[in-house]
Every structure is written in structure tokens, then in C-alpha cells.
Design a protein around this ligand. Structure first.
Ligand code: MG
Length: 395
């Protein structure tokens, strides 16, 4: 147990959306938090500024060339790790109480396991780790006595609604979805939707992949899988509700018919603040209830026909095994191809669906991380093959 009155925080993905918002909260001298270490992929200039502002004793850059560029700007008191193992070396070296893991996608998987093994508080924004290897990750947290706090607004909301409650008393969890930029767009118009439109999220300000994921609603499919792993819920106790204002972050309905909702402005800093201080409630300067903003809350059922990705999320919960891993791999490849301009918007979810359809379902569940990574490679190469065949047929 660390007796330092100032809580040391490790931030992975410090130059990304979650990382910069975490450091913004920590820049308040009254936060009671200090930086124990920072990790980024290649944005060395921003990392240099973050080190100067926070005095981080340990930093990591996965890109060796970026690390070489940063090195001359660091004081001798700062230790720099570089290369593919840099994140893991940082996790081993830094003395921290809470790790905020804001790396996007599959690239954050090994770090998630290393953080679980440290037995501390893992504030997890890298939901893909749960999508890819949720069973193994939840086991690792339990085995090493750590704590997992979701840094995803919906799951943080549910965690807050469930404080002091018995999970057996949940009738169902109502996972809210903004509906994204195409909530009212027809299937035909979505088919060839431009990047400009797909990247224009109506309420949340996030990184590009998760924003595309909020347009296809595959992000909600991931959140269904995340919800399943975090709270042990099956399909019959999970429901998606479209709530365009993004003010109700999710709700829990209990067996007695009582419904508890967690609300707040759509600002990820609220979710991050909660995770940084969990289980305490600490004061913040963040906004709360505003009569003007909260005067109209609307809810609607999701359209499974226009958003087939939602069914893929429920399907992965039912199929288990490597299905979530394959879904994530296929989506990473497909979103990359869409952002590169090689496939139309409509193909993104079709590719994930095809990969899931072709996944062998007669294999035992993965028991190790290396088995998960093997499934990831298989799904990626299949998705890349599908992208290549589509590109070939249109040129
Ligand atoms: Mg979310």
C-alpha cells in the first residue's frame, strides 16, 4: 500500500484522447494526483511537453525513432523506455496506484495483462482487451487481487448504479447509445457515407477509430461484450436503448422494477475522474445538472436492420471463445481500409460479419494469451483477404 498522500498515476496512451483528458484533470493542483509514468506510441513532441509539465519520472515510446527524437529533450532524472516492449518495461518500473489505460485497440492487449498482474487499480479505457480476451482478463484481475474500473461512460455509469447492490438483483441493464451521426440515415445513404460525415459525432468528442465505431455502432457491440465480462451478464439481461442527448449514461433495472440511471454532461473527464478516485467521491470542477441542457431526454429502440453490428455484439456473447477477438480484428482491418479510402462505409460491418461466419466454432476456448493472439492473426489475415478481393473487384 502506498502511503503517499498524493496518488501516483500511470497513463498509457498519454497523447491520445483519454490520456490528454486524464492529464487535464491531473493538472489541477487540488486533484491530489501526480504522474508516475507516461506511455505513448510515437507522438514524441506532445510527450516532451507532457513530461515538462508533469515531471514524469518514467516515460515510454513504442516507436524507437520517436524515442531517439525525444531523448535529448529529457533531463537525466527521466528514464525513457523505447521499442515494442517499452510499455511493459514502464509498467514494471513505475510505482503507481492507478493505471489509466487509454491505448486504442489490439495494441493495448499485452499491457492490459501486465497491468492486471500488478494487482493494482486498472482504469480501463482499452475496451478491446475485454472484447478480445475478456474471460482471461477477468480471471487475471481476480488472481492478482487487482481492481478493474471501466473508463467507458456507459460501464462507469452501470458500475455507479450498482454500488452496494447484489448483481443477482439485476433484471436488466439498459446500455444507452447516442445512435451516432447516422441515427436517422437510411441504409442506402449509409452505404457510401463519406469520412467527413462518419467522423462527425453529434455528442462525444473521441479518437477516429471509436468515432467510426460509433457510426457503424460496432462500438456498442463492443460495449455489449464489455458489459457481459464486467458484470457477468448474458443476453437476456442486456438491452440497448438509443438516447441521442448522451446525458443518461446508462441505467439498471432491478427485479423489483426500480430503475437507477447515472447522468451527466457528455464529458469523458467525468468518467476518468470517477475511475482515478474510486472508490472515493472527490470534488471536481466538472459540470453537473443544467436545467437547459437536461430539459429534454428522449429514448428510442435501436434499429437492428440499419445497424446489424448490434446483433454481432450479442452473437459474440453467446458464442464466446475467440468470437470477440475475431470481431475486433476484422473491425480494425475494415476501419483501416475505410479510412484509407479502399472500401465503402457499408463494407465495414459486412467484413466483420463474414469473418465471424467463417470462424471455426468447434475449437476449445483460448486458454492463454498466445492462443488469443493466434486467433487475432487468423481473423486479421482473413479480413485483409476480403478487403483485397473487394478492392480487386472494383478496380
Ligand atoms: Mg462508451
Amino acid at each position: 500500500m502506498n502511503n503517499d498522500p498524493v496518488k501516483p498515476i500511470l497513463v498509457l496512451g498519454s497523447t491520445g484522447s483519454i490520456g490528454t483528458q486524464t492529464l487535464d484533470l491531473m493538472s489541477d493542483p487540488a486533484s491530489g494526483l501526480r504522474v508516475a509514468g507516461l506511455a505513448a506510441n510515437s507522438s514524441w513532441e506532445l510527450l516532451r511537453d507532457q513530461v515538462a509539465q508533469t515531471g514524469a519520472p518514467f516515460v515510454a515510446l513504442s516507436d524507437p525513432a520517436a524515442a531517439d527524437a525525444l531523448r535529448p529533450h529529457l533531463s537525466p532524472e527521466t528514464t525513457l523506455f523505447s521499442g515494442p516492449e517499452a510499455q511493459l518495461e514502464l509498467i514494471a518500473a513505475a510505482d503507481y496506484e492507478v493505471a489509466v489505460h487509454g491505448v486504442m485497440g489490439r495494441a493495448g492487449l499485452e499491457a492490459s495483462f501486465a497491468l492486471c498482474k500488478a494487482g493494482k487499480t486498472l482504469a480501463l479505457a482499452n475496451k478491446e482487451s475485454l472484447v478480445i480476451a475478456g474471460d482471461l482478463l477477468i480471471d487475471a484481475i481476480a488472481e492478482h487481487g487487482g481492481r478493474l474500473i471501466p473508463v467507458d461512460s456507459e460501464h462507469s455509469a452501470i458500475e455507479q448504479c450498482l454500488r452496494g447492490e447484489d448483481l443477482a438483483c439485476i433484471r436488466k441493464v439498459l446500455l444507452t447509445a447516442s445512435g451516432g451521426p447516422f441515427r436517422e440515415t437510411s441504409l442506402a445513404d449509409m452505404e457510401n457515407a463519406s469520412q467527413e460525415k462518419a467522423l462527425a459525432h453529434p455528442t462525444w468528442n473521441m479518437g477516429p477509430r471509436i468515432t467510426i465505431g460509433s457510426a457503424t455502432l460496432i462500438n456498442k457491440a463492443f460495449e455489449i461484450i464489455e458489459l457481459h465480462h464486467l458484470f457477468g451478464l448474458d443476453r437476456d439481461r442486456m438491452e440497448v436503448v438509443v438516447h441521442p442527448q448522451s446525458l443518461v449514461h446508462s441505467m439498471v433495472e432491478f427485479v423489483d422494477g426500480s430503475v437507477i440511471a447515472q447522468m451527466g454532461p457528455p464529458d469523458m473527464r467525468g468518467t476518468i475522474h470517477y475511475a482515478l478516485h474510486h472508490p472515493d467521491r472527490q470534488p471536481s470542477k466538472l459540470a453537473g445538472f443544467d436545467l437547459q441542457q437536461f430539459s429534454q431526454l428522449t429514448f428510442e429502440a435501436p434499429d437492428f436492420e440499419r445497424f446489424p453490428s448490434l446483433e454481432l455484439g450479442f452473437r459474440c456473447v453467446e458464442e464466446g471463445g475467440t468470437s470477440g477477438c475475431c470481431l475486433n480484428a476484422a473491425d480494425e482491418v475494415a476501419v483501416g481500409a475505410y479510412l484509407a479510402g479502399t472500401i465503402p462505409f457499408g463494407d465495414i460491418v459486412r467484413i466483420s460479419q463474414q469473418v465471424l461466419d467463417e470462424r471455426p466454432t468447434n475449437q476449445p476456448d483460448p486458454g492463454t494469451l498466445s492462443e488469443v493472439l493466434e486467433a487475432d492473426r487468423w481473423a486479421r489475415s482473413l479480413a485483409e483477404g476480403i478487403v483485397a478481393s473487394k478492392t480487386a473487384s472494383t478496380t
